[in-house]
Design a protein around this ligand. Structure first.
Ligand code: AMP
Ligand code: ZN
Length: 467
């Protein structure tokens, strides 16, 4: 079966075909950098990481763009509160964002364009919309005229029969019951302070939605394959992106729209405004590694709500321990008798199950089920001494292959290097040889504090990272 995605635009599951054979172009709405991203945001970015990695697993070249919203009502408001320039203010959160991506083992997109670097591109689209009668000006503000774009509402499935002609909304975010002409460009007012651009449209700044139309088409072309985001982006943000882009280009904008459900806490969406959020660092400070958060965020299907709990995180940690122990113990195994085809069967079953389930709209639970069944089967053969060295190698190759998607074995950036750990272990071995047990124990504790667990075996000291 071929790769299929549930397309929010058609509300059906469709077979995936990229516009250019072998090459997928995708756009992902990125963070508004007015504060640290919370782990709800990272659920969206983790789903996009799974999507990206799986497309590569299937052999596609991927070009992904994720924007950075570094100008909007919130970034302006909070930079002024701090009394620093907008650039200086947002830089801190952009740096933190990239650090968090690394901590979670999220692969980098090809482009991270910032809104403030693309003002001329946004102005060009607005001018096009004016030419085509799809935008108009009121006191230096420019709005999109949705009554002139009959397809408005096709993504969010809106009924526009009761639309009030000429009603306008200036805010970037609003609910479905305030469907109205939305702002493309906002004239400068005092609240904006020194944040403005002098353009052909006058002195002002862009609305939020226009940046994604400008940056996606700049890097991916007018028509591309996949656009993703959290479900809250579907309306109004993505509906408005379609209107702006298709209105300006006259072409179809995006073939597949994929939206992930929210991460929730006690039944409510985790959000900065509700105040019920965790930052990644809050969780790391409780002693959980980034990879446990990765597992938790990834392991629930993206179109299901994910309820965040610390029990869930503990379970993620256990599963990871099983996964990583499997790989390290198998690597150390010197091989026994041949299984007579059983190992090959287990490997083939796992690879087939992994791909078949992920092909089905990224059914990750099915894929993880296949992986853990395989771990059980291979462990059993190994325990019975019925796994040859060649079979061991094939099993390791198989799990490494699926790990290019799961990425459960990566090292966190701030983790200690293997060489540093091995040097300390050598120092401890020397201390023990010299019967300096006090020093040896001190080094063991030091390693433990670094998250390294030692095991004294007949073959010498083995070590692993605590998950
Ligand atoms: P924002 O910085 O609020 O624009 O959000 C950045 C991304 O995170 C968007 O794709 C949102 O849809 C997504 N997002 C925000 N809150 C959550 C949540 N609780 N669960 C999942 N995704 C979220
Ligand atoms: Zn966007």
């Amino acid at each position: 079966m071929a790769l299929r995605f549930r397309n929010s635009l058609t509300r059906t599951k469709e077979e995936f075909q990229p516009i250019e054979p072998g090459h997928v172009r995708m756009y992902t709405c990125g963070p508004t950098v007015y504060y640290y991203a919370h782990i709800g945001n990272f659920r969206a970015y983790m789903f996009e990481d799974l999507l990206r990695r799986y497309l590569k697993f299937k052999g596609y070249k991927v070009t992904q763009v994720m924007n950075l919203t570094d100008v909007d009502d919130k970034t302006i408001r909070d930079s002024q509160k701090e009394g620093v320039s907008l650039k200086e203010f947002t830089k801190k959160y952009i740096d933190a964002f990239f650090h968090d991506l690394d901590t979670l083992g999220i692969e980098r997109a090809e482009y991270y364009p910032a809104a403030t670097d693309h003002i001329p591109e946004m102005v060009a689209i607005i001018k096009k919309l004016l030419e085509r009668g799809l935008a108009y000006e009121v006191d230096g503000n420019y709005y999109f005229r949705i009554s002139a774009f009959p397809e408005y509402g096709k993504l969010a499935n809106l009924d526009l029969n009761n639309l009030k002609a000429g009603a306008r909304v200036a805010a970037d975010e609003y609910e479905k019951d305030s469907v109205s002409d939305f702002a493309l460009w906002k004239a400068w007012d005092e609240a904006d302070g020194d944040v403005y651009w002098e353009t052909e449209l006058g002195k002002g700044r862009p609305g939020w939605h226009i940046e994604c139309s400008a940056m996606s088409t700049k890097y991916l072309g007018n028509h591309f394959d996949i656009h993703t985001g959290g479900i809250d982006n579907l309306f109004p943000h993505h509906e408005n992106e379609i209107a702006q882009t298709e209105g300006a280009t006259g072409e179809k904008f995006v073939n597949y729209w994929l939206h992930c459900e929210h991460l929730i806490v006690d039944g409510a969406k985790m959000s900065k405004s509700a105040g019920n959020f965790y930052f990644l660092k809050d969780i790391l400070e409780k002693g959980y590694p980034g990879v446990a958060v990765r597992y938790l965020l990834m392991a629930t299907h993206y179109r299901q709500q994910l309820n965040f709990t610390f029990q869930g995180l503990d379970a993620a940690r256990k599963a990871l321990e099983r996964y990583n122990d499997f790989i390290s113990n198998l690597s150390d195994y010197s091989g026994g008798e041949d299984s007579g085809g059983e190992a090959k069967q287990a490997i083939d079953k796992m690879l087939k199950g992994f791909e078949e389930t992920l092909d089905d709209d990224l059914n990750i639970s099915g894929a993880l089920g296949a992986v853990f069944d395989f771990i059980r089967d291979i462990n059993r053969l190994k325990a019975d001494n019925k796994l040859s060295a060649a079979e061991r190698d094939s099993a390791l190759e198989a799990i490494r292959k699926v790990d290019t998607v799961l990425n459960f074995t990566y090292q966190q950036q701030d983790e200690h290097l293997d060489s540093e750990i091995e040097a300390l272990i050598q120092k401890r071995t020397d201390a023990r040889k010299n019967k300096d047990y006090v020093l040896a124990d001190k080094i063991r504790d030091e390693l433990l504090a670094m998250g390294i667990v030692l095991e004294d075996t007949a073959q010498g000291v083995k070590w692993k990272r605590k998950v």
